[in-house]
Design a protein around this ligand. Sequence first.
Ligand code: ADP
Ligand code: MG
Length: 358
Amino acid sequence: TPNLPRRPILELPDELISQIAAGEVVERPASVVRELVDNALDAGATQITLRLLAGGVRLISVEDNGSGILRAELPTALKRHATSKIASLGDLESVGTMGFRGEALAAICSIAEVSLLTRVDTDEEPHGWLLDGRSGELQPTARAPGTTVEVRELFFATPARRKFLKTDATELAHCVEAMRRHALARPDVGFAIWHEGKLSAQWRAVPGGGMTALRQRLSDVLGEDFIAQAVAVEWPSPDAEPLEYEGQRLRIWGFAGVPDAARSRNDWQFAYVNGRYVRDKTITHAARSAYEDVLHGHRQPVYALFISLDPARVDVNVHPTKIEVRFRDGREVHQGVRRAVESALAAPRAGSAQDGST
Ligand code: ADP
Ligand code: MG
């Protein structure tokens, strides 16, 4: 082995630590969109507006009508490992918010120009505040309660990353996809996407809730065709015997496309665990296996499946982007998803050609 010269062990400067962390969290504009929308949802927003310039490379702005941030806490919000969402290991084990790592804003600040405009939704402060991420300068401003985070010139400080970006159209498509994933999970929240000053998508908040609201949101986001060719998944079935540990039990619901609706790509497979969009092999495999007798070749089923289980039975702190989870009992989840989808596909559909009534 070559004799490498001995170099001293040094602690990295804060800025560089954040830039390294940003490499894990922010791959492209869509990653920023996901983090900012997570924050808006955690703040209780009911309306979220995304504005983009040049596919998000020039500007990503996320405006919400959530709780806002107190002036005194504003500088802390941009710091590394600063969060209002957990305070202890116990909190981490039962985390119910999208965020908890306290990393996103700091990471984004280290690789872009960030400004934050916010006003709390209480009488505590009579106006809003504008915080410049770079200088830390604070200015009073007018605004309705809520928060707008503006991110400009993404990767200006890390040109190597910038080179990996695709065309504006491709980056825009990824941003829209990030919004879709959020929108499917929250029919109760209104979403709008503007690109280059033009409205490119709008999904209005759906009143009510449950399967009816989900059906409407799926139709708005994925199109009427998706829902026309899908069956409702509800497991255990609504008329199953309630169990003692009802609140803790594994529940699976959503919509799954009939075999005919399958696609050549797996781009319409949405899976959520406790409200969080995930990419998980156990779920993908279980869902695919439910189609094993009815779907042949490489065709990909379409579905939007929501899984809820006791937060103590799933670890969300596996990956910085939280897109991966680890189940304590993967077999239970696999069996549940498979049975849920299988029984939905087997049930006769009212008014469909399959039940022989037409
Ligand atoms: P995390 O979401 O993991 O807590 P972030 O870096 O994303 O970390 O955000 C840091 C903190 O800033 C949050 O914990 C929250 O208190 C505050 N914050 C960020 N975005 C918003 C927002 N849109 N509305 C209200 N508070 C926000
Ligand atoms: Mg966050």
